[in-house]
Design a protein around this ligand. Structure first.
Ligand code: AMP
Ligand code: MG
Length: 501
């Protein structure tokens, strides 16, 4: 085990991708205090968690004292935000400390969020408020526990200063771990500047780091586009399967690695409604729950455009042909997505075999919930209860979720007929369903409660408790039933999350 603060950095991004960052330092903060260290993650990274869980750790994770070998940089990127293109975004309040190789041999970025102004800050103050930092911590850990690729929080510190938002709020810095921070917007940044050598370098870098199996392929950049489509299709399907709404699916918030990144005004859906939007800045519902797959496809089209000069050069000289090839890949997204979505839904519904009407069966279960304030998460759990019996004897809890169970009435016999055609024992089926349908998601009112206690009262107990709960999402425990329930519909109807800025 390393000594405290001994990160073994190997900074390939800074080494290989000059032009895509500026060296920059974190702002000094007056009173750093370590709020939370992620021990499990620290150990995965080969860090000395015990030594870092200390006032010394507060110095490190606030940026006041950088670990040896750190050469902090602010990364440059562009991006389409709510459909409009910004040629220059970049780390306006973040810094990359460097890369470490974790215990599984995986390269991971370690970065700050909230570490002060950079050349990319535009009008912003470069700071982060405590609430959004804790939200990112909780949601990232919840996503990880749910088996969804995600960046994760390594540490949260408060800075001892206030940041000015709609009111003065305690300032904080989040230390974030990611497979990398390369975004669709990183490619856009290069292409819009017409820097073809850098574009090729960036694409080769991404292939090396995230898709090494593509090295040496005949048309590696077209393959890269395919591979990113595949990972994003799998990712978005997982979001949809748990009712996660990202909130700000701008192209600068979509990674090449396939990890979920930049938890701002995100939330989990309670009652099933495809039009659900939580983000206060998403007035048009561009990033509503049901829009996430087509928006991912739209973002991938922006990636394809950014890659186009490489496709035209490497594969053939004919621009039209390159466009046609890219289009062909983009047109596969929907099918790729649907494949993963159905894979997830089959498991959620406790089905083992693949059958032609699976899509209809899954879709109609969701339809049965629509307009009835049926809680998405609980519906699948209660369906698992139902699966305990071959007859209707265990349907009570599920039916109770419905104000009007007419649609459910029509659906259940079809599901049963389908089940009975498979030779799986009821208890075994229910068990399998409970292994994929979470009991605990970060319920919006619980997240708000944890954030409010921390921000307003300096009380971190609700945050700690919620973290414990969401880190074991599939283990139902009677004493935690209050964490499994949604807020009353009257409360959740107007629920809004605010951007992390
Ligand atoms: P986000 O929506 O959080 O992914 O951020 C979009 C862009 O705004 C990125 O370039 C951020 O670095 C930048 N940004 C967000 N908040 C701030 C802030 N408080 N100060 C400076 N830049 C910010
Ligand atoms: Mg962002």
């Amino acid at each position: 085990m390393s000594v405290a603060g001994a990160f073994t950095f190997d900074n390939t991004y800074a080494r290989d991708l000059e032009g895509l960052y500026v060296p920059w330092k974190a702002a000094e903060v007056p009173g750093p205090r370590l709020i939370k260290l992620n021990h499990a993650l620290a150990e995965e990274l080969g860090l000395n968690a015990k030594a870092l869980d200390s006032p010394y750790g507060a110095l490190i994770f606030s940026g006041n004292q950088l670990p040896e070998g750190t050469a902090t940089i602010a990364q440059a990127y562009a991006g389409h935000q709510f459909g409009g293109f910004s040629p220059q975004l970049g780390d306006g309040r973040a810094l990359l400390l460097g890369e470490v190789i974790d215990k599984h041999g995986q390269r991971r970025d370690i970065a700050f969020k909230g570490s002060g102004r950079t050349p990319f800050s535009r009008g912003g103050d470069g700071k982060a408020a405590l609430g959004p930092v804790l939200r990112e911590y909780i949601i990232g850990e919840a996503m990880h526990a749910l088996g969804i690729p995600t960046t994760r929080a390594l540490a949260a510190v408060t800075t001892g200063e206030f940041v000015r938002r709609e009111r003065n709020l305690p300032g904080a810095v989040l230390t974030r771990v990611a497979s990398s921070h390369i975004r669709v917007g990183t490619f856009q940044f290069v292409t819009v500047r017409g820097d073809m050598p850098l574009l090729k370098k960036l694409a080769d870098y991404v292939i090396n780091r995230h898709y090494p199996e593509l090295k040496g392929q005949a048309d590696p950049y077209l393959e890269l586009l395919k591979a990113v489509c595949e990972r994003q299709a799998a990712l978005i399907a997982k979001w949809m399967n748990v009712g996660f709404i990202h909130g700000v699916m701008n192209t600068d918030n979509m990674t090449l690695s396939g990890e979920t990144i930049d938890y701002g005004p995100c939330a989990f859906m309670d009652h099933y409604n495809p039009a659900t939007v939580f983000s206060s800045i998403d007035e048009q519902g561009r990033y509503a729950y049901a829009n996430q797959p087509p928006i991912a496809n739209w973002n991938l089209s922006r990636l394809a455009e950014a890659l186009l000069p490489l496709l035209a050069n490497e594969v053939n000289e004919d621009q039209d042909k390159a466009v046609a090839q890219a289009m062909e890949v983009l047109e596969t997204f929907q099918a790729r997505y649907q494949h993963y979505w159905l894979l997830g839904m089959r498991q959620k519904l406790g089905l083992v075999q693949e059958q032609a009407d699976d899509f209809a069966l899954a879709t109609e279960f969701l339809k049965s919930m629509e307009g009835q304030s049926v809680d998405f998460t609980q519906a699948f759990l209660r369906l698992a209860d139902t699966a305990e019996a071959v007859d209707a004897s265990r349907e009570g809890w599920l039916r109770k979720l419905y104000a009007d169970d007419a649609a459910l009435d029509a659906w259940l016999p079809r599901w049963r007929a389908r089940q009975n055609a498979e030779s799986v024992a009821p208890a075994q089926r229910a068990h399998a369903m409970r292994a994929v349908n979470p009991v605990y998601i970060p319920r919006n009112h619980r997240v708000e409660e944890a954030l409010a206690a921390a921000v307003d009262l300096g009380d971190y107990a609700p945050f700690e408790k919620l973290l414990i709960v969401v880190q074991k999402p599939f283990d139902e425990q009677m004493e935690l039933s209050a964490y499994a329930d949604p807020a009353p519909v009257s409360e959740s109807a107007g629920y809004q999350t605010f951007c992390g800025t």
